[in-house]
Design a protein around this ligand. Structure first.
Ligand SMILES: [Zn+2]
Length: 85
């Protein structure tokens, strides 16, 4: 099972599934396991489906995308940089 938030910079342990959001990512290629990346769950025998969980606070600000690997991305685009001077 998932053990913590998929956000590498967040260490919130997975306690209640009702909090946060579960993501199911299907892969046609072998999943990559990165030491500091999202926690991976062993894929099912036939379907390479991985489950990721973002905790409540993270799921409101972040989402997961599949781009050659699962990445945590901020949901909201950065606000325009403050104009210098
Ligand atoms: Zn989190």
């Amino acid at each position: 099972m998932l053990s913590k938030c998929a956000n590498p910079s967040c260490s919130t342990p997975l306690v209640y599934l009702r909090e946060g959001k579960i993501f199911m990512m299907e892969h046609s290629q072998q999943p990559r396991v990165r030491p500091e990346g999202p926690v991976l769950v062993k894929p099912q025998s036939l379907h390479h489906v991985e489950h990721f969980w973002l905790c409540g606070p993270c799921s409101t600000e972040m989402t997961l995308i599949c781009d050659g690997g699962v990445k945590v991305m901020p949901k909201v685009k950065r606000l325009a940089r403050a104009v210098a001077s």
